[in-house]
Ligand binder design. Structure first.
Ligand code: FAD
Length: 302
């Protein structure tokens, strides 16, 4: 990480909110559901699927988690009524995982039921390593209760992920595979970028060999190429996997994946809790923070 980027990351809390707001425009559909619907329509019309995320995480008060839970049926209705090609992605800590596991499970279950009634699908996002076991346990319990419209995420930087893939073989789990975004210690997560990349490929191969459906979530061209090879050698049809990318990131790569005939889903976040999400994006990719700040001072919009 360059000195400038390091400086940007460490001084982020001091950056005025309006500057972060300018930066976040590219990554966030807006603050309202109507704005998210507009962005999804636009992406659907270009042949992309979407997954919709209501921003909000690390909720520590029950009423706040319940308020967020109550938003989801409205979202599912909008997806159905507007004929959108979109599922939904939810962070466990939004629904109270850090308050009480059972409370969180009940919240999830009610949304998965609402989604099933509308023939929709819920992806349980994966957060930091303190939540991995509880999140996987929740996923298993939903599957054991007979829900097939739910999927989970595994992170390639996690040392345990290989075991997790194997232990989910019976369920023919529906996975999203990503590198992992949280800062984790070396005891639980690979630290080197090559180690993470290699593990990503190993996990993807395992998942496909097990007959799992995989959302291949990356903007790393090297990994996308590796995925193309695995898809080809496994003889998969385009409806047996999908690529996934974040809104506003590497749109050129996104278009080339689509042009090759693969399916691609864009992660579309919206909501008034945009600040925490944007700060995470900036920390994840300080280089972009540098570009964003330069553009801002030049008065450019991006
Ligand atoms: C659809 C989707 C869902 C995800 N869900 C989760 C989840 O549930 N849990 C979790 O821990 N992580 C999640 N992630 C984040 C993921 O773990 C990685 O942190 C993130 O995708 C960056 O890794 P990469 O594979 O794109 O490779 P990188 O090497 O980080 O990125 C490759 C290139 O893409 C570009 N790029 C990447 N990220 C950005 C960005 N934010 N802004 C601008 N350019 C960028 C850069 O040019 C970079 O060089 C998700 C990612 C995606 C795409």
């Amino acid at each position: 990480m360059s000195l400038l980027n390091k400086l940007i990351v460490t001084t982020l809390p001091l950056v005025p909110k309006f500057i972060v707001g300018k930066f976040s425009k590219r990554y966030i559909a807006g603050t309202t559901l109507a704005e998210a619907v507009r962005v999804i329509k636009e992406h659907n019309s270009k042949g992309m699927m979407a997954t919709l995320d209501i921003l909000g995480e690390d909720v520590f008060e029950r009423p706040a988690a319940e308020a967020l839970r109550a938003e989801w049926p409205r979202v599912l209705d909008a997806i159905r009524n507007q004929g959108l090609d979109s599922n939904i992605s939810i962070k466990p800590s939004q629904l109270g995982l850090r308050i009480d596991r059972e409370f969180c499970y009940k919240n999830f279950k009610s949304i998965v039921e609402e989604a099933a009634a509308r023939k929709n699908f819920v992806r349980i996002d994966m957060e930091d390593s303190t939540t991995t076991s509880d999140t996987l346990a929740m996923y298993r319990r939903l599957k054991a209760e007979g829900f097939s419209n739910v999927g989970v995420v595994l992170q390639a930087y996690m040392r345990r992920s290989e075991e997790d893939v194997k232990s989910l073989a019976k369920e023919k789990a529906n996975f999203r595979l990503c590198k992992g975004i949280y800062i984790e210690p070396a005891s639980v997560a690979f630290q080197g970028s090559d180690e993470v990349r290699n593990n990503f490929v190993r996990l993807l191969r395992l998942m496909l060999d097990q007959g799992s459906y995989v959302g291949i979530a990356t903007h790393d061209e090297w990994l996308v190429d590796e995925a193309y090879s695995l898809i080809q050698t496994s003889g998969l049809k385009p409806d047996q996997y999908e690529f996934q990318m974040l809104l506003g990131v590497r749109e050129g790569l996104r278009d080339s994946i689509l042009k090759r005939g693969h399916r691609l889903r864009v992660y579309v976040p919206y909501g008034d809790q945009w600040y925490a999400y944007s700060v995470r994006r900036l920390k994840e990719n300080p280089q972009i923070a540098g570009y964003a700040l330069k553009a801002l001072f030049r008065g450019n919009h991006y």
